[in-house]
Write a new protein. Sequence first.
Lengths: 343, 343
Amino acid sequence: MSNSSLKSIAKKLSLSESTVSRALNDYKDISLSTKKLVNETVVELGYQPNIFARRLASGNPECLGFVIPWRDGQLNDPFLGELMTGMSTALTKIGWDLTVLVAKSFENEVELFKKLSMSKNLSGLIISRTLRNDERFKILKDLKIPFVAHGRSINCSTSSWLDVDNESAFFDMTKHFISLGHRKIAHICGPNVYNFSIQRIEGWKKALMKSGIQIKSEFLQVADLSFDGGKIAMDKLLKLKDLPTAVSCVSDTVAMGAMQSMRNHNLSPGKEISLMGYDGLELGAWIDPPLSTMTQPIQTVGKNLAEMLVNLVDGKKKPSDLQKLVRANILRRATDNSPMTTS
Amino acid sequence: MSNSSLKSIAKKLSLSESTVSRALNDYKDISLSTKKLVNETVVELGYQPNIFARRLASGNPECLGFVIPWRDGQLNDPFLGELMTGMSTALTKIGWDLTVLVAKSFENEVELFKKLSMSKNLSGLIISRTLRNDERFKILKDLKIPFVAHGRSINCSTSSWLDVDNESAFFDMTKHFISLGHRKIAHICGPNVYNFSIQRIEGWKKALMKSGIQIKSEFLQVADLSFDGGKIAMDKLLKLKDLPTAVSCVSDTVAMGAMQSMRNHNLSPGKEISLMGYDGLELGAWIDPPLSTMTQPIQTVGKNLAEMLVNLVDGKKKPSDLQKLVRANILRRATDNSPMTTS
DNA sequence: TTTGACTCCGAAAGCGTTTTCGTCAAAAAT
DNA sequence: ATTTTTGACGAAAACGCTTTCGGAGTCAAA
């Protein structure tokens, strides 16, 4: 049963434990024939290595940590499950584990990092919710903890990260509005502590410029990344004498707040004013009218994050060689339409 | 730095490693004075035990697994993050870890269990999304894997579980409708493979009976646990000659589908027909009108689940002694009102 | 025949804890 | 004064694996 160890396999095959171990770890000084033998008896006995013994002996924890993005007692990441599913599936494939960590504040998180750097319990870390100027990059580098970030930062050129191409996404979104005939396109952006806020603004701007549309500063409203934030921002937009005909929102949540604001002003989203969110939240399809948005393949992202970190830990790659940009795709539902001719 | 081990502490204090170890583990054959000394040098040197060595030697993985409820390629648990945060905080307090597992199908999950029972990598398991007749209870018991379930099942009397008091919740919800003046109260329930579906129906029924309201079978509609499911169920309800004035929905998602259906029939949720959801999804506040619902303290639930399992693993309690019911609370937003007098 | 290279494997020393058992002095009981 | 008990600690064997090193055997080249 569970009492199958290296020893039992060795005894059964009249080999030494070390040979069996090296056979399993695919050392090149073991003949193919014995490797085959060993592998056969492994399945026969249902052998499962004791990972703690292995990790103790090898010094490799074979275990990745994911820092749950928890801030201000608020946690609103509908993707968390899918992201972690992606990570976990990638890791179980190679026998590694994924353990979760929570940091309730920035200080708490730094403290966590320090502890981790002492107790070498984790091979590496995956962090998310990166800020525009995220100190964690430097801290982790100084502590020599291998990590990959979900999202970029100003000072991430020598680190490993995976991010959505925010600029392209909002470039595409804005272009899409333009192709629908819109000229007056506003953007509700997020707080500029987040790097993606800046990038998304950039995408919006570039699309307008490329089409020769002048950028009006009052068409750019910054909002908290929340329902209320979106509502307030749209309220301001609706106070303008010259209203936009389309609004690109930094997130679905914000877009839903914006829709609320429109309803309060007796405007129908997708009619007088088109709008799009970003994130591809499923619940966007549940409201009336269903919210157009942009999606990214979250699960693949999780898988990639894990694989990148493994490569980093194994020393196969340098951090700066592990940087990846994924693209988001437009998901049309009902709030992106051509402008009303009457306007 | 990180090279502080038991040995370094022992050397510094001229003690043996074993004494230091036992001092740290609070053995009673160590004098208080040396315990104090040891603890002081521990903080001085910033000692962090090597958990792999400890786990290997002690035979206790000190590590709990959480099976991510993944089914049919669908994962829609907005609570996942909060739940896991609760678990993780409870565990880090005692130096244990939380690792996540994903099972993409039932067979996959059973296979996972079997592997786990051989390789003693995990001290125990937390499972969720329990079915009315959930085979996992028996399987895990047979494999002698300690576990606690988030949610009950038919055959869970000898197991450890934590669940919301679904019956009370829907009893309360229905009573609430009644106190608002409603008499014609329908219920959209979930598929009866889920235990909570049955329990929620029960709560609804009992409240009606207690108030002497006759239960009309056409007022009970079963729906898939999805937006579309809710929409379809409400469509059926609206075909009735004698319409209900209130509808209690098995989940917020379903309730939102029901709202969609009402809009399609030119009815305003909370006006002609009141309705309530269940889960306390934040997004329920983002729609128009905001959805009334019921909430539970998810993070506390996560914490409890972890603590229960630890007690189970430590052998301090029997599974049947670890069963806990938590209550859900009404969260009034805008869709629960008194019936219209005209009707 | 010697030398060298190459292939394959075993011996053994770790990895850093825990835990059992034995020891020895001092305190308590006889 | 002798025995028994108690308190406090050290020695040492695990736990199950990895990894380095060396050695035996084979084969071809010198």
